[in-house]
Design a protein around this ligand. Sequence first.
Ligand code: HEM
Length: 370
Amino acid sequence: MFVWFFCRNGSEWLNNRRLMNKLLLNGNCNWMNDNIEKYTRKCTTQWSEDIDKSGKGFVEINDLERQLYRWSINVLCSIMFGESFDRIDSNPRLEAKLSEFTDNVHKIFTSTTRLMSFPPKLAEALNLKRWTDFEENVDLVLQLGNGIVDEFLKESPCDDGLVLKMKEVDMSLDMIKRIFVDLIIAAGDTTAFSSQWLIYLLSKNEDIQTKVREEIHSSNNWMENPYIKGLIRETLRLYPVAPFIGRYLASDAVIGNYKIDKNSLVLLSLYTSGRDENHFPDAEKVLPERWIRNENGELTLVHKAHGTLPFALGGRSCIGRKIALNQMQALVAMMTSNFNVKYCAPYDVDITLRLVAVPDKPILLRLEKI
Ligand code: HEM
């Protein structure tokens, strides 16, 4: 879900987007890595403990979607509220509020998916249940999200995290709340589903897992490791959670052999383009080394790098790109250094389109302690 739901108009969006670019995309964003690592480690530690408790040396995971969804929300809240969020474990009331909020954000995904098969304006005019469900759901999420920001600020006024940085650039509390809800809605599904695909590819390719492990042992900074970054680029190339990007043309244009009028809606299929042999030789293969440059600085296994644009490009591109990439890097590094990741369902999984591109069947995993 990729809109600033709660920005009232274009100039309000532009002002806030400029401020948020400074905080989340431009310059050094390493400040958020501690939060990302802390909550990713929490996830892998929990799996380790489950293995110990089982007494079998492994654990099977059949609710990966739910677990990764909660992980991506936790990471974002930790980036947002800094140390205040770390105290959530000792506050069952806040923990319950966050769970309710998370569940309802997840429902937006379902209610929006139901609107995809019917013109939303008509659904609104006819007051259909799929429209009223969506409306009620969004209102509730906004109300709960506002409440959560208030609670965190009341419990312990933020002296770190993104909230502090937003206050420092003079953002109003009302705008901070609206942006918080927007970021959560946009981050939850996208990162969780992309990470599911990432784990799926790892679990189906033992040689890639072994290579990732070697890379982690031989490098002291896995956040900058080109092989791990290449694996993530391959995941997003083959399984772009946003498989289409839409743009209204600002002026008449010729695209390919077609003359297209100003204001036409143009859809780019990232899925098709990412799997096009003209852009990527052996396009269906997962080749993380594709993205490692040779001594002349060339990418020999990539004909057109812009054939994959998982976060789009330009002024409306993804504001959470750095958060998502660092989060996925942390997940690969911590999972492969702690576990053998095995795929254990009796079927292969394919990609299907709901609001975003998702696995058509659950991904079942077995984690064995190394
Ligand atoms: C792998 C994970 C992610 C993918 C593949 C992804 C992809 C995208 C894409 C393709 C767009 C642009 C859509 C368009 O232009 O039509 C977008 C926009 C957006 N994304 Fe992400 N995203 C991811 C994670 C995140 C995260 C973690 C956040 C929040 C921290 C986030 C927040 C947003 C927001 C707010 C927008 C709208 C930006 C604007 O219109 O100014 N995304 N995302």
